[in-house]
Structures are given as C-alpha cells and as structure tokens.
Design a protein around this ligand. Structure first.
Ligand SMILES: Cc1ncc(COP(=O)(O)O)c(C=O)c1O
Length: 364
C-alpha cells in the first residue's frame, strides 16, 4: 500500500487548523440551501442576480461600478491591458513575486504583449522609494495587499497614501490586487472603500478568506468596467451563467466578512505559539492578516514525516502541504478561518509542544 501523503493525513485529522471548511462539494450545497430556486439565472453578464451582486460589492468598495469575473487571473490581466491601452504604453510595474509574474504562465505577455517592470526585491514589499526610483515610464503599477508570497506582509497605510498621491500626480494608474483585501481591513482599521479610493482599479476574490468556490470582482469607474466587460467576452469569461459562483460568493461574503477581525487575531495568537518553538520562525513575525508563513530549518521530506506523526498522535492537522526553500529548509502557508476558531486551544498547544520537542530532537 502506498504511504499516506501529507494531504491525506491532513484530510484525515479531526482537528484541522487552516481554512474554514473541507474543500469539497458541500461548500456549494451549503451555499445553495437557502437559495431561491425560482430565481432567474444570469445570462451573459446580465440579469438581476449578477447586477445586484456587482452593485453591492461596488458600493462596499466605494467604486462606481463592478464586474463579476470567473477568475482574478482574467480580471487583472484585463485591468492592466486597459490601463496600458489608455496610456499607449505597454510597460506595467509590479512585485517580482506577484501572481501575474509567477502563477499565470506569462499570460500578460503572451496574451496582451505587456512588458512587466519588476519593483522592489523578493524579500520585501514595494515602497514609495522603489516607485520614485523607477527609471522607466509605466502606464500602471499593481500593488498586492497583503503580499502573499512573502507571508502576507503589508506596507503602512500612510505609505500607501503617499504612493497613491505620487502616482496620481504623474498620471500612473494604480491597480489593487486585493485577493486578500478583506483580510487586511482589521489591521489597517480602515473600510474597504477607504483603501480602494487610493486605487484606480481594484480586484477582490471570493474564495480566499471568504471561502467561496471561485470568482472575482473587478471595480472602478464606469468607463473602465464597461471596457472590462468587452475584454471579459474576448477572454471567454462571459459564461452564459455565473450564478453558482455568485450565489456562493455572496453567501460566504455575508458569513465570513464579519469574522475577518477574529481570523486576524487568531493568526497573531497562532504565530506567537509557533515562534515559541525551536527551529521555527514565522514571516511576518507578527501577522497583519489571517495568514503567515511558517519557516522551519528542516528539509521538506523530514518535516512531512514529522508532521504525519504529529497529526496521528494529536489529531491536529497543521498544514496540507510543505514547500522546499533549499536542501535544509522548508516552509508552509497558514491561512486561518472558521476551523481555527472552533479548535480547542489545548489541542493546538499540545500539537505545537510536540512539534517543538520533535524539532529539537531532529536538530540534536
Ligand atoms: C494574490 C493573488 N492574486 C490573484 C490571484 C488569482 O486568482 P484566481 O485564482 O481567481 O485567478 C490569486 C490566487 O491565488 C492570488 O493569490
């Protein structure tokens, strides 16, 4: 019999720590339990169900209008294309670890012939100085709040305001990759609209902290969103019906938006527990959202074995996957939701005490 994978061990653990629920069909069934079966479906981007949700999220983000997209990948490439066409400049700037650069198979270049300029370095977020030192003229700058691939780090709100003012003075459009925008609002102590008014266009996701099935909103001025609809059709994103995604996005948005503050405090608490373990450190040391990365000075395969043992002994599933940093180091992402809130504190303490002991044994 094949050895159990870490994912299988995680899925079998009675006390999973990360996420809000199992990633399965029940997510959709739950969202549809209270849905009205007589409600008309949306048809090619029109109809009450899609228009009402778009208007609701536009108002929440403080933007004149919004368009529902099947994916953030599609929405963001389109946003940058629109800003680039408007400026007649193919150059756009963003972080070297942003989603467009490392997870989209070069789509921005292959599909839109845009030319990315990388800002800052891989270890930190983009700051005002990086933008001031830009030698090239760019049509648009994309900022990701928080920067996921470095553990969900965030620049201070005052610096964000300064970046926005600087870009506006120079006619550079500012786009927000807000895949996890809802998750950082408690730390910033700002409304979504207060953050979004610093940006010309905004993308938010409904399946990260919100925990829906899939789906994204792209918001901005009316002329911008009208053009994004044309591109959505060109991309094949104008599905005849998107309501399964819309109903589930709306359902989980209502359920989980009010809990973002709790998820954030939970991440601060859990990171502190992790940081008390030997051979472990979190990035950032104190989280600013519901997420952080856990770095261990242990090779990936060894950590996986060790974790499977901990899951079996304590019933606590710490993570579903581990990534290699180099031969001797590994890390994983922690993103908290309903599961952590429901977890007995003694269980997580038990698991992390065991982790501390096992890591100390391993490292001699
Ligand atoms: C920061 C960020 N931006 C954009 C995306 C793209 O979202 P989608 O999966 O809806 O294309 C993701 C998805 O993980 C993301 O983490």
């Amino acid at each position: 019999m094949a050895e159990q994978t870490l994912l299988e061990a995680f899925n079998a653990a009675p006390y999973p720590v990360t996420g809000s629920s199992k990633w399965n069909v029940n997510q959709l069934l739950e969202a549809f339990q209270s849905a009205d079966g007589e409600q008309d479906s949306d048809i090619y981007g029109t109809g009450k169900i899609i228009e009402e949700f778009q208007a609701k999220i536009a108002a929440f983000l403080g933007k004149p209008s919004a368009v529902f997209f099947p994916s953030g990948t599609m929405a963001q490439q389109i946003a940058l294309r629109i800003w680039s066409d408007e400026a007649g400049n193919k150059k756009v700037a963003y972080h070297p670890l942003c989603h467009l650069e490392i997870h989209e198979q070069n789509g921005l270049h292959e599909l839109h012939h845009l030319e990315p300029v990388l800002l800052a370095d891989k270890s930190r977020t983009i700051g005002l100085a990086d933008i001031q030192q830009l030698e090239e003229q760019v049509s648009c700058i994309l900022l990701e709040l928080p920067q996921r691939e470095i553990g969900g780090t965030l620049l201070p709100f005052s610096e964000l305001e300064a970046i926005s003012a600087y870009c506006r003075e120079r006619g550079i459009k500012l786009h927000l990759d807000g895949a996890r925008l809802f998750e950082v609002l408690p730390y910033y102590k700002r409304t979504a609209a207060e953050v979004c008014q610093l940006f010309d266009s905004v993308y938010v996701s409904f399946y990260k902290g919100i925990g829906g099935i899939a789906g994204a909103i792209l918001a901005g001025e009316d002329s911008f969103t009208a053009e994004s609809k044309v591109w959505k059709r060109r991309h094949g994103g104008d599905l005849i019906s998107l309501y399964p995604y819309i109903i589930s996005s709306d359902y989980y948005f209502e359920q989980r938006l009010p809990k973002m503050e709790q998820y954030y405090h939970a991440a601060v608490e859990l990171a502190e527990l992790y940081n008390s373990c030997r051979h472990i450190e979190t990035k950032p040391p104190v989280p600013v959202s519901n997420m952080f990365h856990v770095h261990a000075s242990v090779p990936k395969e060894k950590l996986e074995q060790l974790f499977k043992g901990i899951y079996a002994e304590t019933g606590v599933g710490l993570t579903r996957s581990i990534r290699e940093v180099d031969e001797g180091n590994s890390y994983y992402e922690v993103s908290l939701g309903d599961r952590y809130l429901a977890l007995p504190k003694v269980k997580i303490q038990e698991a992390l005490e065991l982790l501390d002991i096992r890591l100390a044994e391993l490292n001699g």
